[in-house]
Write a new protein. Sequence first.
Length: 348
Amino acid sequence: MPAAAFAPAVAFLDSAVAAGAAPGAVLGVSVGGYHFFHATGRLGVADSTVPDSSTVYDLASLTKVVGLTTAVMDAVQAGLLDVDAPVQRYVPAFAGPGKERVTVRHLLTHSSGLPAWRPLHKQSADRASALALADTTPLDTIPGTRFVYSDLGAIVLAQAVEAVRAERLDSLLDRTVFAPLGMASTRFLPPPEWLSRIAPTELDPWRGRILRGEVHDENASRLGGVSGHAGLFGSASDLLAFGDWMLARAAHPDLEPFFRSQDLPRGSSRALGWDTPSRGSSAGRRLSGRSFGHTGFTGTSVWMDPARRLVIVILSNRVHPTRDNARWGPVRRGLADRVARAVPKCRC
C-alpha cells in the first residue's frame, strides 16, 4: 500500500501528540505483511530524541496477551492445560471459599469473581509473599456471573502456566516466542544497554523517581518485574511481527476461542485473553467483528483484523511524567478508524 493512504492517521497522531496527549508515540501498521511506521514527538520531557520503530516502550497490559495468553495457547495445544479445568488443579495455593469453581476459562475472560486489584506492592515484601496474597484473595462474586478486569487473575494464571511448563514466564516466552520470531527488542527486565532507546514512564511516588527501563506497574515491580499482567517491554517493529504471526494462528480452528467472544458472562466482549470490538472500545468503529486486540495502561494497544489482514500497533508513554492524563483513549479510537478506512477488507 502507498504510504499516502495513511496520511490522515499520521496527521491525526501528530496533532494529538503536539496537543499533549503523550510525549511521543509510534504507529505501526501491517497490511498483508507490508509494514508502515510513523513516529512523532519525543521520548520524554528530558529527552528530545524522536522515537522510531525500534524504540522500546513499557507494554503494560499487552503483557496479558502478547505474553501470558500466547503461553496459554501453546500449553493448550500441547495438551498441558485445559481451559475448563479448575485452576486449583494447576495452582493448589489458589485457595478460599468458592475457588474450586474457578476455571482457567474464567481467568482468561475476567469472570473468575476475583477483584480487579489489590496493592500487593504495599502489602508484601517480596515475590513469594505477593503471590501468596494474590492466591488467597477472596472472591467478590460467583465465578462466571460478572466481568471484572482483574490483574489478580492474570497473576494467578501465570502461575498455572509456569507450573505446567516448569519454567518461569520470562525465559519460557524468550525461548518459545520472542527468539523464534526474531523479536529481539521484546522481553521482561530490559538490560541496561537498552536504556537510551527506552521511553520513560511516570515520576512514580512509590519509588520516588522517573521510571525508565523498569516496569511501571507497582505490583509487577514487587513480583520482580516478571508477571502475567504486566512487565513486558517491546518495540513497534517487534509487535507487527508478532501480529502477523498471530493473524496466521487465528485461522487455526483449535485456537478460535482465543479470538472470539465467549459471551462469559453474557454480553461480555472478551475472548480467551484477547478482547473483541465493542461500543466505545479502542478498536474504533470500523474494524470487522472478527477483530481482536488489547490495550495497556501506559498508552499501548494492538488490534488485528483478519478480514483486512491488518495489524495496528500504537505505542506511547502517555503516563510520562504523570498518569493523570486521560487524553489518550480517543487517540487510539481515532487512529484505528483512520487506518481501517484506508485498508479495504480483503477477499480472503
